[in-house]
Design a protein around this ligand. Structure first.
Ligand code: GLN
Ligand code: ZN
Length: 762
């Protein structure tokens, strides 16, 4: 009989119980016992939900108070020395100190956080030394297994696998490959944990190794082979080696032949895995965990299509060796679509969140075990939803289709080229050398958030709300005059979020009220859902930008979010390539750009902070992504007259490997993070050359500290050793939204002074 399983379930609680408990605990308002009680309730609830739907192999250990990689750090005892803890096992306060830093007499900086593969989830980066010791230091995984057992559920413990843990770590004290250096030392701890879980009664254990869907060297694959050989000869429990977020590529044969009982394959993002099975076969003695239900997106599964895949797999591996599963943990999707009472029934029928995905998985299992007839009614209902969705006019807007097909190759290119148009711009847009500006947002003070909430709840009228915003803009224009900045912004006070604000004004987008997904720790986001053709029924920003411009002689920048960022921070329809959806968004942004230009706006900034985030996990797929992503940006920005200046902003500095693509975006000015990265990006410009305008952030907006004139002047001077003075802009690293006015204003005052100082030296 085929089994139903999942890789993991959302941990935040249906009503965000975990966030509330964590934040109260951190604020000292509830006790440790209260926090752990909430954590238990969420876990028990998750298990019972899965059980009542009919999942056979229910995960445990997938729950986490903060992050599952940090849990593994606690398990392995790889606590960085600055968090010296004196007890045998990692106590709660050390655990949170690692995640969030600690002040007072035991002050220590938090560990770094970074993106979990290509998701928007962030994990706490382990820090390992070449002589790192490992020591079992947490009983979390045993406790979780036992807790489930106590309520009568025998679970499948899930752990971050040894290779993935090592490869996601940062090497401290000199550069080394943690996998090659430390695998001999880490393996015994895993063996100990596995055997202990087996003693407690576990029958299956899952080791997650998503690093296997990335490019791996043969040396690394050999090291992984040695780890699993050793585990196999020292344990007797059945191990699932789980991979997800992509396909195995050239290492397919090596991976599926590792000495484990089951292999988990992502058959959605890694649909190529199906081809490998078809062409290369699958080991007869192993279980296949078939990740057919998309764990990264929110669409109702086409059950017929998936059943076909599963039927094929059943003939390949035998139905008693098949496990029907999600493609990855359900951590990345919201919990229950039925909470969204404001979404209409039709649209809701297109959506499946975690709970609905459980039902799909169980149904597919039944389809395999009992035959299609046994689930006939459900299959038919599903087929109807899919068919209606595919044909819906809400998905297909003929006007959008028509406009997209009429795009000409020349529409992707700005005319004339940078060299000529910058001459025109110098005449029509007189600016001093080293022009000073900001990235867009100004502090969103609590009062502003309150007023916005009141407006959203209908407690104040639109007129009152807009009157308030106009006053804020008026004040900000005065402030910028007073500071002596050269290029102004309107402050983005009307925006709750840089993607949501646009999505709410575009056709084809839906928003949830409860669709929270964990970003990191207690921070959750509600990504927009792009379900249909994207269209811009009316201008989105013109009203605010032109109002701001009417108050000053200085240029005010039009401020937009770019198409690639809107795409990458949303759940995107899966019935057409992402590149097509992106081009539709680009068209909406292009229309907005042209409206801003007609309204007299001379500089338009199109932010693309997420362009790098969208890079595929395998390098061989980068070019294809960058080609269309850059094209979409170019399409959104290239319709303007030569005298209109296009700016863009990205919030990261590691872009040496994609500098050509960034230059290809052909923005007249690029603002980029610099201050936090030891001027690393200047090195990139030195090596690769860059001919257009650049504003390397002269100070870090993520810190409350007010930077001095001198340090910022030094940053500008450093930039001038690499770039020509006519290229250089002076600005902070990123938007000032999360700063307080008391921090932002003096920092900018110093920044303008720093620019003046350096100008005088020239
Ligand atoms: N213009 C946006 C702001 O200033 C950019 C935000 C971002 O880069 N993430 O807030
Ligand atoms: Zn930024």
């Amino acid at each position: 009989m085929a089994l139903a399983t999942i890789h993991g379930y959302p941990r935040i609680g249906k009503n965000r119980e975990l966030k509330k408990a964590l934040e109260s605990y951190w604020a000292g308002k509830i006790s440790k016992e209260d926090l752990l009680k909430t954590a238990k309730e969420i876990q028990v609830n998750n298990w019972q939900t899965q059980k009542s739907v009919g999942i056979d192999l229910i995960p445990s250990g997938d729950f986490s108070l903060y992050d599952h990689v940090l849990d593994t750090t606690a398990l392995l005892g790889t606590i960085p020395p600055r968090f010296r803890h004196d007890t045998q096992s990692v106590d709660l306060d050390t655990y949170f100190a690692m995640a969030r830093g600690r002040s007072g007499d035991k002050a220590a900086n938090a560990m770094d956080m970074t993106k979990w593969f290509d998701t928007n989830y962030h994990y706490i980066v382990p820090e390992l030394y070449p002589d790192q010791e490992f020591k079992l230091s947490s009983s979390k995984f045993y406790d979780d297994f036992q807790l489930a057992k106590d309520i009568g559920i025998s679970t499948k413990p899930v752990l971050v696998g040894p290779a993935t843990y090592l490869l996601l770590s940062r090497s401290e004290g000199g550069h080394f490959n943690p996998l090659l250096t430390l695998s001999d030392k880490i393996t015994p701890i895993y063996i100990e944990v596995i055997n202990q879980l087996a003693n407690l009664g576990a029958e299956w254990i899952q080791l997650d190794e998503p690093v296997l869907v990335e490019d791996r060297t043969q040396e690394e694959l050999d090291a992984i082979r040695r780890i699993y050989d050793r585990i196999a000869s020292n344990t007797s429990i059945q191990i699932i080696l789980s991979t997800y977020f992509g396909h195995l590529g050239d290492s397919y044969q090596q991976v599926v032949n590792l000495p484990v009982s089951a292999i988990g394959l992502d058959l959605v993002r890694g649909h190529q895995n199906l081809e490998y099975i078809r062409k290369l076969g699958f080991p007869q003695d192993k279980y296949l965990v078939a990740g057919v239900v998309d764990g990264r997106n929110v669409w109702t599964t086409d059950l017929h299509a998936k059943l076909e895949q599963l039927e094929f797999l059943a003939t390949e591996v035998g139905s008693d060796k098949l496990m029907v599963s999600s493609s990855c943990s359900l951590l990345h999707v919201p919990i229950d679509v039925n909470l969204e009472t404001h979404i209409d029934d039709e649209l809701k029928s297109w959506l499946a969140f975690a709970e609905q995905k459980l039902e799909e998985i169980v149904l597919l299992r039944d389809g395999i075990n009992l035959g299609r007839d046994a689930i006939k009614d459900k299959l038919e209902a599903n087929a109807e939803v899919i068919q209606k969705r595919n044909a819906s006019i809400r998905r297909f807007n003929p006007e959008v289709r028509e406009k997209i097909t009429s795009i000409k190759e020349s529409d992707y290119t700005r005319y004339p080229d940078y060299k000529s148009r910058i001459e025109t711009q110098r005449n029509t847009l007189p600016l001093p050398l080293l022009p000073t500006t900001t990235i867009g947002s100004f502090p969103q003070i609590p009062e502003l958030r309150q007023i916005r909430r009141k407006f959203e709840n209908g407690d104040i009228s639109q007129q009152e709300y807009e009157g308030y915003l106009e006053n804020k803009i008026r004040e900000l224009i005065e402030l910028q005059e007073d500071l002596g900045l050269d290029v102004f912004v309107h402050g983005e006070y009307e925006r709750n979020d840089m993607v949501q604000y646009f999505g709410e004004q575009l056709d084809g987008f839906a928003f949830t009220r409860h669709g929270w997904v964990q970003s990191y720790g207690s921070r959750y986001v509600r990504p927009p859902i792009i379900y249909g053709d994207v269209n811009r029924p009316a201008p989105m920003t013109v009203r605010w930008i032109t109002f701001a411009q009417s108050l000053t002689e200085k240029p005010v920048k039009g401020m937009l979010t770019g198409p690639v960022t809107i795409l990458n921070w949303s759940f995107v329809r899966d019935d057409q390539p992402r590149s097509e959806t992106c081009l539709q968004i680009a068209r909406a942004i292009r229309e907005e750009v042209l409206d801003l230009e007609s309204a007299g706006i001379k500089i338009i900034q199109i932010d693309e902070p997420a362009i790098r985030e969208g890079l595929p996990l395998r390098k061989s797929e980068w070019k294809e992504y960058l080609d269309w992503a850059v094209k979409c940006f170019r399409y959104s920005s290239s319709g303007v007259r030569p005298e209109t200046q296009i700016h863009t902003h990205m919030c990261y500095s590691e872009f040496g490997d994609i500098i050509e693509a960034i230059s290809d975006m052909d923005a007249d000015v690029l603002y980029i993070e610099n201050a936090r990265s030891d001027l690393e990006m200047l090195e990139v410009f030195r090596q690769h050359g860059y001919d257009k305008g650049v504003g390397p952030g002269v100070y870090d907006v993520h810190s409350p500290r007010v930077p001095t004139v001198e340090e910022m002047a030094d940053n500008i001077r450093a930039t001038l050793t690499v770039l020509r003075p006519e290229q250089v802009w002076v600005n902070p690293d990123c938007g000032l939204k999360t700063r307080r006015p008391e921090e932002a204003t003096p920092s900018l005052r110093n920044m303008v002074q720093a620019a003046n100082q350096v100008r005088e030296e020239m």
